[in-house]
Design a protein around this ligand. Structure first.
Ligand SMILES: Cc1cc2nc3c(=O)[nH]c(=O)nc-3n(C[C@H](O)[C@H](O)[C@H](O)COP(=O)(O)OP(=O)(O)OC[C@H]3O[C@@H](n4cnc5c(N)ncnc54)[C@H](O)[C@@H]3O)c2cc1C
Length: 357
């Protein structure tokens, strides 16, 4: 098969791009060095979350969350799509002011949220420590199991004629120089290796999963201080971020570090992360943990992914740099990339996501 498009990388972003391009009638070749969804996609938490850090981040996450809602009925049960909602937990009055700001930001843009006071929060999540100030509840946010979704999207692409080459690593775009096809670099944190000049840095994260404790946590719980942690660019940071899995397991996150390319678990980071979790949920320390792991987010200076034509490499399109939101934004990324390739009208402005190098 002579491909119209070669998608390098079958993480959730490459899988979504391959699916969208194949649905649009392009002959797609997917090239994956390792397992489908085996990179950052397997390491991620799978929280589908609308964020309000900037208008461009809101536009992308909101658009993508709507696409997830549309896809939900088609997903296999193994994708574990659950509309659990997010509780942004406020520790004190200062953070309650942030709850009110977020509530009004979302309301102005058509996203339903509810403000919970201390008593409402206690009822919603009895295992949180007493004395917290309240929370913002975002009911439409959801949870998925990302590697299964990536595999599903690859299966969909293949049903629409795509071909998968697994176990093949592309070392240099020159290997594909004879191909007339357009090339999509969807290799996540590895993207600069194939597209030199692209400003993407790996940002390490730790997670830990427990044995099964059904009902221990009911919603995705995130401390409002998470935003400070996500923004810190020079310090290692941790934040309380806990998720109920359909299995009854509790997924505990998360940490952020620059400057480390070693995937080994760092016990000092794991310890800090668990101490932070115990500060919000004292009884979490009694749960039995069964596995910990790390992964690398692909971080960009503008805190937005690159979705568009490479300014340096003719025929190459970039879909990389999704930091801690690539599960959420994968579906919108695929739509926006296909819009540009096929000259369709995009649902949101494209400019904020233009690749930088
Ligand atoms: C700890 C942690 C928690 C997170 N939590 C969330 C969350 O709750 N919600 C959310 O939205 N996001 C979350 N994320 C972010 C999310 O996981 C990533 O943004 C997303 O998985 C990126 O997907 P990707 O397809 O771009 O990259 P990857 O999943 O890394 O896929 C890239 C693929 O390319 C392949 N590849 C690389 N180089 C080559 C090559 N040269 N040739 C062939 N193949 C190649 C790799 O093998 C890999 O499979 C989290 C990330 C981490 C680390």
């Amino acid at each position: 098969m002579a491909a119209d498009a070669i998608v390098i990388g079958a993480g959730i972003v490459g899988a979504a791009c391959a699916d969208e391009l194949a649905r649009c009638g392009l002959k797609v070749l997917i090239v994956e060095a390792g397992e489908i969804g085996g990179g950052a996609t397997a390491a991620g938490m799978g929280h589908i979350v609308v964020m309000d850090d900037s208008e461009a981040e809101f536009a992308l996450t909101h658009y993508s969350a709507r696409l997830w809602e549309e896809l939900a009925d088609e997903l296999p049960s193994g994708a574990e799509y659950t509309a659990a909602g997010t509780l942004w937990v406020a520790a004190d009055d200062e953070e309650m002011a942030e709850v009110r700001r977020k509530h009004s930001f979302y309301a102005q843009r058509g996203v339903r949220t509810e403000i919970l006071d201390a008593q409402d929060l206690e009822q919603a999540e009895p295992n949180l420590r007493k004395g917290l100030a309240g929370a913002l509840f975002v009911p439409a946010d959801a949870i998925v199991y990302p590697p299964r979704v990536a595999a599903f999207l690859v299966e969909c692409a293949c049903r629409n004629g795509a071909r998968l080459e697994r176990g093949r690593r592309i070392h240099n775009m020159a290997e594909l120089a004879n191909a007339t096809a357009l090339i999509v670099n969807a290799t996540g944190a590895s993207a600069p290796a194939l597209s030199p000049g692209l400003d993407i840095q790996p940002r390490k994260g730790h997670l830990l999963i427990t044995d099964r404790y059904p009902g221990f946590v009911r919603h995705q719980l995130v401390e409002l201080g998470y935003l400070k942690s996500a923004h810190s660019i020079d310090e290692d940071s941790v934040a309380f971020n806990v998720q109920p899995r359909q299995t009854g397991q509790v997924l505990i996150g998360s940490s952020r570090q620059y400057g480390s390319s070693d995937p080994a678990i760092e016990h000092r980071m794991m310890k800090r992360m668990l101490e932070r979790a115990a500060l919000y949920m004292p009884s979490i320390g009694r749960l039995s943990a069964i596995r910990g792991w790390t992964g690398f987010r692909a971080s960009t200076p503008g805190k937005l992914p690159y979705i568009g034509r490479s300014p340096r490499q003719p025929n190459v399109w970039i879909a990389s740099g999704h930091e801690g939101l690539g599960i959420t934004t994968s579906l919108a990324t695929a739509k926006l990339l296909a819009d540009q390739i096929l000259n369709r009208q995009p649902a949101i402005p494209l400019e904020p996501y233009a690749p930088n190098g």
